[in-house]
Ligand binder design. Structure first.
Ligand SMILES: [Zn+2]
Length: 393
């Protein structure tokens, strides 16, 4: 028999509470009532409930039959040590719900928690991208166009566009020559110029290509610009942006489903994962856009030296920017611009070398000049005059 514990006894007929002293044996609970003397409630007939704020109090219910009817008497024990005594003495089946999870279950739980990141990583790295890839192929062009229009509206609003008719026309002619190599393609390409010092160009789903002034300033010939445009066109034709968006949306939907709601913390994790994953995923897309862009240039009979030079230049800019030891304000601005370029367009000597290899190994060696009557540099300087404060890289 165990030590004695104080408990509250209710007779199930009135609300009156009686304080009793309970002890435990292997048979059951023992206590005494003035009116009835010694009482034994056997474990076989006791119903156990956990009550209270943290379910730390125990209520034992015991049904008795009298001449007046059936009543459920109860004992409530708040002493925490009582639980241990019950576990030690009661039959295992009775005290299951009181036992702490055993070691095996604890380890299983810990492993589960540890595995979650790996499961998420697998989802992120292989399952979701492959779903996104196959879904992307099923998306109708009209749907991509709508998506592209929406993104264009927020990313490049009408008032931030630059009206530069000659440059616009030149870029459209370059695109036309490039697209002539792929007459079956379903997209209507629309070029949008933006007066932003960002050294970048973006392809949106459905055929919008945004070209920033910072990038135009860097080009010395129509052939260089053609290299950039061929690359961006491949992003459109190969539905790269659409795929990236579908992937992000899938992640969002999966987490919403799993969690019932995306909490702020989860959202932050997602945003971070999304950016990092985007970058690594885009590297393979970039490689693809480089390769097929260069093939397009060659097929269009455009001198590939322009594309090589354009990417070489961006790489050089990147490196000279990195070597700046004490950047002034302008440099800081340009380095953040260049950083933006890296985050969307990973550059490197290897990339330039790959372009050179494709061009060198190509059978296509008959190039015809691109926009021969146009002075490219003058056109850019005229339509995109530099501000007073020269922004030299
Ligand atoms: Zn790209």
């Amino acid at each position: 028999m165990s030590q004695k514990f104080t408990a509250d006894y209710f007779d199930g007929r009135t609300a009156r509470k009686q304080s009793v002293s309970v002890s435990v044996s292997r048979e059951g609970l023992h206590f005494a009532l003035e009116s009835k003397g010694d009482i034994l409630w056997s474990f076989a007939n006791i119903r156990l409930q956990k009550i209270g704020n943290n379910l730390q109090n125990l209520r034992f219910e015991y049904e008795i039959e009298t001449e007046e009817g059936r009543f459920v008497e109860s004992l409530i024990v708040t002493d925490r040590d009582f639980r241990e005594v019950i576990i030690a003495l009661a039959p295992p089946g009775f005290s299951t719900s009181l036992r702490p999870p055993d070691l095996k279950r604890k380890i299983g739980f810990a492993l589960g928690v540890l595995l979650i990141p790996f499961v998420l990583y697998a989802l992120w790295i292989s399952i979701i991208p492959s779903i996104a890839r196959s879904l992307t192929l099923k998306v109708p062009v009209a749907w991509e166009e709508k998506l592209g229009d929406t993104i264009l509206g927020s990313m490049s609003p009408e008032e931030s566009r630059r009206n530069a008719p000659q440059t616009q026309q030149a870029l459209e002619e370059i695109v036309a020559r490039l697209l002539a190599t792929d007459p079956q393609q379903p997209y209507k390409i629309k070029i949008h110029l933006q007066s932003d010092s960002l050294v970048n160009a973006f392809a949106l789903p459905g055929g919008h290509i945004i070209v920033f002034q910072g990038l135009l300033d860097q080009t010395d010939s129509a052939e260089e610009m053609a290299g950039i445009l061929a690359h961006e066109l491949q992003h459109v034709l190969r539905r790269h942006t659409t795929q990236a968006i579908i992937r992000s949306v899938s992640i969002y939907l999966i987490f919403s489903t799993l969690t019932g709601d995306v909490t702020g913390a989860m959202q932050t994790v997602l945003d971070t994962a999304s950016n990092l994953g985007h970058l690594s995923m885009n590297r393979s897309m970039e490689t693809e856009a480089d390769r097929d862009g260069m093939l397009m240039i060659l097929k269009a009979g455009i001198n590939p030296a322009g594309m090589i030079q354009a990417f070489q230049k961006l790489d050089d800019n990147l490196n000279s920017d990195k070597n700046q030891s004490s950047p002034d304000d302008l440099k800081t601005e340009s380095s953040s611009n260049i950083l933006k370029y890296i985050s969307t367009h990973p550059l490197g000597a290897e990339r330039v070398k790959n372009l050179q290899d494709i061009a060198r190994n190509s059978a296509e060696k008959n190039y015809s000049p691109l926009l021969p009557d146009l002075d490219w540099k003058k056109m850019i300087e005229r339509e995109f005059p530099k501000p007073e404060k020269k922004e030299s890289l």
